[in-house]
Design a protein around this ligand. Sequence first.
Ligand SMILES: [Zn+2]
Length: 293
Amino acid sequence: MNDFLVRGMTADGFVKITAVETTQLVERARQIHKTLPLATAALGRTLTAVSMMGNELKYDKGSVTLQIRGDGPLGAITTVSDSEGNVRGYLQNPAANLPLQANGHLDVGNGVGEGLLTVIKDIGEREPFTGRIELQSGEIAEDVAAYYVLSEQIPTVCALGVLVDRDQSVKCAGGYLLQLLPGAPAGLVDLLEYRVQDVGSITANLEKGLNMRQVVEELLYGMGLQLMEEHPVSYECKCSRQKVESALISMGREELQKLIDEEEKTSVTCQFCDVIYDFTREDLVDLLKVQKS
Ligand SMILES: [Zn+2]
């Protein structure tokens, strides 16, 4: 089944939910970056979260960047989503490894460590909006929920799950963001907390054969859930030769001249998809001309 995102609201208008199934796109990220399980889980959770954050944007040419910068062995994780929920991302140390936790789970919290979570929302006007909080646990779901509470004052439950198979491929992955809107009665929080516990972990549900729409329906059972959106999402890099040329030009005359003097051939690798763009000396001389005019 292809990855997809669903968005809905309860009939009383107090609960908003976004959920996404990301098995394919997390597997794609694993293949591109050759991540070991710990990094697959950390990058996969972050990609899942940013997909839902991007989908919230009202501006259809916008993007959301979610960066997790901790002091653990995984290093910085950078992910970007467009306004549909299509994502790309990378992390510093794809081969980082730690022993499993006592419960058999990957130790993402210690892999990430202590540090900052940053959200940059580019909505195509003036300065992008930037919000930043200290990481709470490094497990990512808790950190994303805390971001919404502390930075946007929206009571939020975030769940993210990536299950890595024995052959290190991604068996299943997904997540949801459950948010309360202003005026929600206090009792609703207790009910939702109960439901979240009762429904259980995302990967357990996906492994059972449910999809994320069914998980959403269980979470909000009997509350008049109305689905407003459902569409596929994927791992999508937006790089192009033209963008790489612009980046080379923006390095400035001196740097470009230095490359021309010293290198027969210059290769630029896209960090998001590992595609390599090759430039001959003549190509760069042409770029320098563009830079001059
Ligand atoms: Zn790319």
